[in-house]
Design a protein. Sequence first.
Length: 257
Amino acid sequence: MLVLALDTTTRTGSIALARDGAPVDSLIGDPSRTHAERLPADIRTLLARNGTTLGKVDVFAVASGPGSFTGLRIGIATIQGLAFANVRPVAAVSALDALAAIAVTLPVRREPMLVAAWIDAHRQEVFSRLYRASASAAAGVESSVGTIDGLESLEEAAVADPGATLDRWAQLAAGQVVRLIGDGAVRYRARIEDRLGGLCEVVDSVPPLAPAIAAIGSRLADRGLALAPHAVRPMYVRRPDAELARERRHANPGARS
């Protein structure tokens, strides 16, 4: 099974190929150009240097969110178009789940361990999800994107101030080592370490997500959890600014926008 995966949740983003769940190749985007400007050429480049074509792709996978609203729309629309044109299914994968899947592949220093995925949501907030790493192959995250082996979900995706997020996790994480991954964890590292002290491990770098999305997408497709292209929906977690502004205008029609 050949999977082409796309992540546009960040300005950089990434594209990857996986065959039967194993990584084949990946490409990191140029942040000086928009996704709309570079995606067609980047996809052609990745396919060409691996001697394959869109017609040979069995499953398309895409980061369904959370992340940049514009990025999500472009990424999902691109993958939907490719899947429609080639009559293929789409695996929609949470960016938080992809980060967590990467975190559990890193060497384990201490047990027990929780995994926290933090994505910078701007406005002094983070998108987050908390998991327990499990040695059992039977354990997995059950969510709208299916099952991810080795992770047990302790909380669904949420958005909040970093301090409020840590407050919310106080009982769940009490006395346990928490490995945090993502650009939100890097940005708020000082606050995390001040709160958790020696019980936290912040992953220093933010890896490209497309390879993990391709691997997860392959497993979802194997389990019959890939979707028809039209069924893919973005996972915003936080409501779009335009929607909130529209509600404010309706609530106070005399106010200036």
